[in-house]
Design a protein around this ligand. Sequence first.
Ligand SMILES: Cc1ncc(C[n+]2csc(CCOP(=O)(O)OP(=O)(O)O)c2C)c(N)n1
Length: 359
Amino acid sequence: MATKVKEPVEKAAASANGASGSTGLISNEKLRQLYATMLKCRTLEERARVLFKQSKFTGNYYAAVGQEAAAVGTAIDLRVEDTIGPSHRDFITGFIKGAPLDKMLCHLYARGNSPDKGRSSPAHFGYAPLNVITPASTIAAQLNIATGVALANKMKKNDNIAVAYSGDGSTSLGFWHEALNFAGVHDLPIVFVCQNNLWAESVNLQFQTKVPDISTKAQAYGFPGITVDGNDVVAVYRVAQEAIARARRGQGPTLIECKTYRWYGHSEIDPAKYRDPEEVERWKAKDPIANMEKYLTGKGLFTAEWKQEIVDGFNKELDAAIEIAEQSALPEGVEALDHVFSFDIRERVLNPKSYSPSY
Ligand SMILES: Cc1ncc(C[n+]2csc(CCOP(=O)(O)OP(=O)(O)O)c2C)c(N)n1
């Protein structure tokens, strides 16, 4: 049965105090970590947007500014062995899982020393050492890959889990339903996080689905679906904790729908004129970072000086990572032929005259 959880910050605050809630007390240290991580994600994304606009890197960038609570609340406590299946808008999930900033910046700049050796477009950051899958360009396809990882974990009888991210538009694709169906049938250790930001490029949610809550779709696949205020990091964290624990216990998948909003266009080349400015302002007023500041202030855990310290310290780390990326070499063209699954493509391309197929 799909359950609905809508927990405004005030209510989440009560449960964070340990008064109620299924996951018990959230420590002050964790609350501060949730906030600080969201703030760093925002800083990283805003810097990436500026760098793109300055033509420091090419391709495109798909900012998740406004959606930080959904990413941070679901990814912050994952283990190294857990797998993340991000979408094009989930660059920050790699950072939350602990990917080094210089690797992330080298990826944006498509440098030869980036994890993908400069092959992928900027929105497709993967990092094998931390089990972050390189996103697929075909939207929703990362869910199928992450589901395969979850199947492997189950077969190996370990308690590692996968967390796979998608948007509302992705739920209209066959891949999305195949992944959820397979995961449901086999009780796989996976959490599906749908970040419902109301828009898939310029297509509004009403043209994607007839149901008000995407979480209800989990009913068709026989596991719980939960809708949560995706701009309330404490609420998201609680729901994610429960879903992750369920998956680790071998009790199967959960679909978490985070209702949230992207502040900017689909990508940095989209002025998003299809949106009513009033809608944007309404959602900006629900800024997950400002929400959390209010909540922490109420608990005596926030000061403007602390915020400034986080931003300044992180900007320094970012400066260093940007410097590394800018000093790093682009890959040689011929390297595009390396690490490609083809029997003898290098030979064929480089020596077309002498090439003769070996099969
Ligand atoms: C199968 C497929 N169709 C279309 C596209 C082009 N495309 C890239 S992102 C995107 C919108 C995705 O919307 P959603 O899943 O809601 O994620 P969001 O961008 O809102 O985070 C589209 C249509 C694609 N990459 N793959």
